[in-house]
Design a protein around this ligand. Structure first.
Ligand code: THU
Length: 136
């Protein structure tokens, strides 16, 4: 793992250890690097009213925005199990709001990095802020 990815892995791992996932039992951590180089992390936060729960990526993005960051340069998602924990569809769109198509989305397990994608691979032909043009 490169040092840059290692930083994200460590931050995601620490956030995952704090996840509130009593219903699924599936703890997830996410960490991203913004345009200033700062790292922001989040974990999933479930709720007794199930649909109200939030994903780790949403937490990391909220932390970035609240910290003044506006661009995602790289993001890493960490979850256990034998299959890749890629971001859910809604989170792919959440990432899209702040990232380029070429932005790396790293997927890790507790043991380390498993695979890296570009956002474009995960969300092809996406709709983003540019689509709204002058209406913004
Ligand atoms: N989850 C995430 O936090 N991120 C993902 O990329 C996949 C799923 C959470 C949502 C829910 O709390 C639990 O994992 C099971 O779906």
């Amino acid at each position: 793992m490169s040092p840059a990815i290692e930083d994200l892995f460590e931050a995601a791992s620490a956030a995952r250890a704090l996840a509130h996932a009593p219903y699924s039992g599936f703890a997830v951590g996410a960490a991203l690097r913004d345009e200033t180089g700062a790292v922001h992390a989040g974990c999933n936060v479930e709720n007794a009213a199930y649909p109200v729960g939030t994903c780790a990526e949403a937490g990391a993005i909220a932390a970035m925005v609240a910290g003044g960051g506006r661009r995602i340069r790289a993001i890493l998602v960490l979850g256990a199990g034998s299959t890749l924990v890629t971001p859910c569809g809604a989170c792919r769109q959440r990432i899209r709001e702040f990232a380029e198509g070429a932005t790396p989305v790293h997927v890790a397990g507790p043991e380390g990095l498993r695979r890296s994608f570009s956002l474009d691979e995960l969300l092809p032909a996406s709709f983003g802020p540019e689509n709204l043009g002058d209406r913004r």
